[in-house]
Design a protein around this ligand. Structure first.
Ligand code: SF4
Length: 385
């Protein structure tokens, strides 16, 4: 069976993909960028990630009190490791990652660059119309760049490919509901990360084969405390690997690099809605459906206004995946998550779920975390006994 490339192999994968297909590649900085539209243009969207190597390259361009993830992403561009990108795009989320994107625009310019305004208040009645217009504008600029129209048919096909990927990843996550889970948290994390830089059709194919394999022979995993990880962006598998090496099973997450990336699908317009309509109206309907998907996805804390919908979603996941402990992760200086973590800790404590807070930097302090996580797991097991 073909294997998923690791995040450390993402540049090689992208360069080979480009040589094989002759098509363009676009780096995107936030999972609110509607990748379906990029993919419909025949362009491969790849998420810009850091390398987790200590660096001082980003220092002259971005304040050191911005989150390590943003600085790491910028450094990876400044090193020239993303030189194969033809374009970049960003959808407004937090100011830290926007700063990283704007530094790229200035210091690592590409042939195409687009900033998409994603409303902060996605619960506002005008968010849908606003976003539809933004998506149309995004599509128009892409068409101008590639020199061909993005048809309604291409958009529909792209949505199908993306929806299939989301469904398959949900199936993979379902396998973690068992006790013990049929697949580890670390392996699931590597697969989910791969979907953020691979061609979705290729990812779907390998994932379908893996799901068939797992249905017959689940991974041999020992039962252990069931842990949820949540918080800031987390693309470093080291923490989850460490936690699982200490006997726990990471069974669910709420990260933009994890479940939030794929949790909900685009609900395509029914075919009858397009009957007798022209290409423009077909396109409008699909863009409406895409906009609705991004508005209704499990929110980033930056977008979780005014009702706090994120907490309800997290508690639902905690219940469905029968978690026994929670690990709350914050990228150093990440304001959006910093504000959410104390009320979340309170919520977990009220529900009787032991929890631990860990602050991460560009590199994971494995030695220090090992001691803390080990002590946490021992104490919680004593409490549960
Ligand atoms: S939400 Fe937090 S982790 Fe994500 S980019 Fe913004 S500051 Fe960094």
């Amino acid at each position: 069976m073909q294997k998923f490339p690791l995040a450390t192999e993402r540049h090689r994968y992208a360069q080979e993909w480009k040589a094989r297909t002759g098509c363009k590649i676009m780096g995107y900085f936030c999972t609110y960028v509607p990748e379906e539209i990029v993919y419909a243009a025949g362009i491969l969207p790849v998420r810009v990630l850091g390398s987790h190597e200590p660096q001082d390259l980003a220092e002259p361009h971005i304040f050191s009190m911005f989150c390590p993830f943003c600085r790491d992403c910028l450094a990876e561009g400044l090193r020239g490791n993303y030189d194969y990108l033809d374009g970049i795009s960003h959808a407004q989320s937090c100011l830290h990652i926007r700063q990283s994107f704007e530094s790229w625009q200035m210091h690592i310019p590409r042939a195409y660059s687009h900033y998409l305004f994603m409303p902060a208040n996605l619960q506002s009645p005008s968010a849908q119309t606003c976003l539809e217009e933004e998506l149309l504008e995004f599509k128009n600029t892409l068409e101008k760049w590639i020199g061909t129209p993005i048809t309604a048919k291409a958009l529909n096909e792209s949505v199908e490919v993306y929806n299939l990927n989301r469904r398959l990843l949900r199936q993979l996550y379902e396998l973690r509901k068992g006790d013990p889970p049929a697949i580890s948290g670390a392996e699931t994390m590597r697969i989910t990360l791969a979907s953020q830089f691979m061609d979705k059709k290729e990812h779907n194919q390998i994932l379908q084969q893996l799901l068939q394999e797992l249905a017959h022979s689940p991974r041999k995993i020992a039962p252990g405390p069931r842990v949820m990880v949540l918080g800031s962006e987390n693309d470093d598998t080291e923490l989850v690997e460490l936690t699982e090496s200490l006997g726990a099973n990471v069974v669910i997450d709420d990260h933009c690099t994890g479940s939030r990336y794929f949790w909900n699908e685009v609900i395509p317009p029914s075919p009858s809605m397009g009957e007798g309509k022209g290409e423009g109206e077909h396109t409008d309907k699909i863009l409406q459906a895409i906009a609705s998907r991004y508005i209704n996805r499990p929110p980033c804390p930056q977008k979780d206004l005014r009702d706090r919908r994120r907490f309800t979603h997290i508690l639902k996941l905690a219940e469905e995946y029968k978690i026994q402990a929670a690990m709350l992760i914050q990228q150093k200086f990440c304001d959006p998550h910093e504000l959410d973590i104390p009320p979340l800790q309170e919520l977990f404590t009220r529900k009787g779920i032991p929890n631990i807070f860990l602050e991460v930097d560009v590199t994971t302090p494995v030695g220090q975390f090992r001691t803390r996580i080990e002590a946490f797991l021992e104490t919680m097991q004593l409490e549960l006994a």
